[in-house]
Design a protein around this ligand. Sequence first.
Ligand code: SF4
Ligand code: F3S
Ligand code: FES
Length: 250
Amino acid sequence: EPATKRQFRIWRGDETGGDLQDYLVEVNEGEVVLDVIHRLQSTDAPDLACRWNCKAGKCGSCSVEINGKPKLACMTRMSTFTEDETISVTPLRTFPIVRDLVTDVSFNYEKARETPAFAPPPGVTPGDYRMQQVDVERSQEFRKCIECFLCQTVCHVIRDHEENKPAFAGPRYFIRAAELDMHPLDTRDDRKEYAQAEQGLGYCNITKCCTEVCPEHIKITDNGIIPMKERVVDRKYDPLVWLGSKIFRR
Ligand code: SF4
Ligand code: F3S
Ligand code: FES
């Protein structure tokens, strides 16, 4: 298969501003968008900034928006576009620009720090963490997260609403809370209430955009967010559940 030339439109600029620039680039069979970015860096755009590391969909570094959809550049095959399509590559919209395709994702690290850490019972050391497979299964799915923050950039609660950021941790941290809530050795029994009161779980209206973009196919909404919400609702508004929790708590 001979190389073909394809039309790309890439956002160039920094925190002071920028715009889309057109490039006609060689593309070979089997390539992904990140290959094309690397070719541009070695030809027409040597100073094009882009973050990447593993080129195998495992480090979560190469997150960008391709034709407006949040994606990993290393996992987006050129064969998924039509020959005559112009392919736009822009930085993650929800985070501040550093330069070109690189954004400042520190919002996510702040939210990670604010999420209360795993709280094992006192006196239990890491070697004592013996659990049955059946007890860890529910939370195991969430541990596949590669922290690409595609779910964070797509969520409409913060995508165009800078003002919601202080009060909203985002889907990645809702599944972190859910993971700890389902962890058999975690002693905090207020993960759901905390998610509601401090992490902004109530802002989520279950649009499921986060689940659609997750490259690890984690069922963020159905398996993480909804069970957290349901149980908050159960305890708060269901008088029987509330009564039960009072009577049977020892
Ligand atoms: Fe990325 Fe999925 Fe983790 Fe969100 S949950 S950061 S989309 S791997
Ligand atoms: Fe946002 Fe996902 Fe909820 S995209 S609104 S966190 S279902
Ligand atoms: Fe690591 Fe794309 S370069 S996920």
